[in-house]
Design a protein around this ligand. Structure first.
Ligand code: NAI
Ligand code: MG
Length: 354
């Protein structure tokens, strides 16, 4: 089967990490019956410099006509804030990508890089955050005046139902016995509304245990007993914050993948980090967040769960032999971005050949 993947490399380390992701896609094309055709869809600050737009029409058309989008990172320090970055929001809104899927998994081989003590890591960390991606405080409803400023937090029934439904289905598909919902229902009407819908929909899933936790308490539990959580569903802002906290637990921001998803439609897969101007052009960025975003793409957009799992295992094997500088280990070789990518591709080739 053939699928078309739009590719937006973006700015800073974006092109470096996406190059490694493309190697993984090419490897799958070569060693399986599945084939990917890649189409360039430039976006971000560099494109803005040339064309005065961060998401030219042509790019957006390419993305809309593709089966999925692989996205690097955008943003340049010599441009006003938001100039390149708002391309991401345009894509999320333009494609109505209401699910932001952010898995946080600590590989056993990286336990030395987790900032938590062994007793807190416990049985390990493997949590999927499901963040609502289109509503709440980030919808930009509000005003900025001379002596005051306000943002309005609006949740709609449709918005809550579709993300919560997705979360239950996801938890069930993954064989998770519990779904945790994070809110602030002791204070916010929007959260009370969310919580009611969480339990209404939950009636269809008697086999799944429902857990409600306030956002402030959750931030504490996430570092005190992260092994307690499996799938966590939450609103736009809370999800933004806790998924970054989570990403820190797995060793490096460079390790964390994400999907911006509308089930059944073209969805966008990207590492959660930004364009990292401080290390751009040095060839030292960690490409694993991007490579694991491809795993998510295969799993969520193309139902290729087995190949996705092989990517995961290839990453784990590679980490036992060498690592980029952000996750370096005294006994292992320090690798460049492309050496890390090549090592993972080698491991993947062997798995796909067998
Ligand atoms: P950042 O995520 O780019 O970098 C934060 C820190 O993590 C830096 O020290 C960086 O070197 C390191 N880091 C990030 N990715 C890494 C990787 N793959 N390997 C090793 N180290 C890595 O966040 P920052 O510095 O706040 O933002 C830089 C630019 O990126 C800004 O213009 C920001 O607006 C933009 N941004 C874009 C995003 C996107 O495209 N979706 C998301 C977040 C930020
Ligand atoms: Mg964020």
């Amino acid at each position: 089967m053939k699928k078309i993947i739009a590719v937006s490399k973006g700015d800073g380390i974006g092109p470096e990490i996406v190059t490694e992701g493309v190697k993984v896609l090419d490897t799958i094309s070569k060693y399986t019956d599945f084939e990917f055709e890649l189409k360039d869809a430039p976006a971000g600050g560099e494109v803005w410099k040339k064309h005065g737009e961060n998401l030219p029409d042509k790019s957006f058309q390419t993305i809309k006509n593709a089966d999925a989008l692989l996205f690097g990172a955008v943003g340049l320090p010599d441009l006003p804030p938001g100039t390149g970055e708002s391309a991401v929001l345009k894509i999320r809104q333009g494609l109505d990508l209401y699910v932001n899927l952010r898995p946080i998994k600590l590989y056993n081989v990286l336990r030395d890089k987790c900032p938590l003590k062994e007793e807190y890591i416990g049985k390990g960390i493997d949590i999927t955050f499901i963040r609502e991606n289109t509503e709440g405080l980030y919808k930009n409803i509000g005003k900025l005046e001379k002596d005051s400023a306000e943002n309005l937090m609006v949740y709609t029934r449709k918005g809550c139902e579709r993300i919560i439904n997705y979360a239950y289905k996801f938890a069930k598909r993954m064989g998770h016995r519990k779904l945790t919902s994070v809110d602030k229902a002791n204070l916010l009407y929007a959260s009370k509304f969310w919580r009611t819908i969480f339990h209404e929909i939950g009636e269809k899933y008697p086999e799944i245990e429902k857990e409600d936790i306030y956002i402030d308490a959750f931030c504490q539990w996430l570092i005190r007993a992260p092994y307690k959580f499996q799938t966590v569903v939450t609103d736009n802002m809370f999800g933004d914050i806790i998924s970054d906290e989570g990403a820190f637990l797995i060793g490096s921001l460079g390790m964390a993948p994400s999907g911006n998803i509308h089930p059944g439609k073209v969805s966008m897969y990207e590492p959660i980090h930004g364009s990292a101007p401080d290390i751009a052009g040095k060839g030292i960025a960690n490409p694993i967040g991007t490579i694991l975003s491809i795993k998510l793409m295969l799993q969520e957009s193309f139902n290729l769960v087995e190949i996705g799992n092989e990517i995961d295992l290839a990453v784990e094997d590679a980490l036992k032999e060498g690592r980029t500088v952000d996750i370096k280990h005294k006994d292992l070789k320090v690798l460049t971005t492309s050496e890390m990518g090549n090592l993972i591709v080698d491991k993947l080739k062997n798995k796909l050949k067998n």
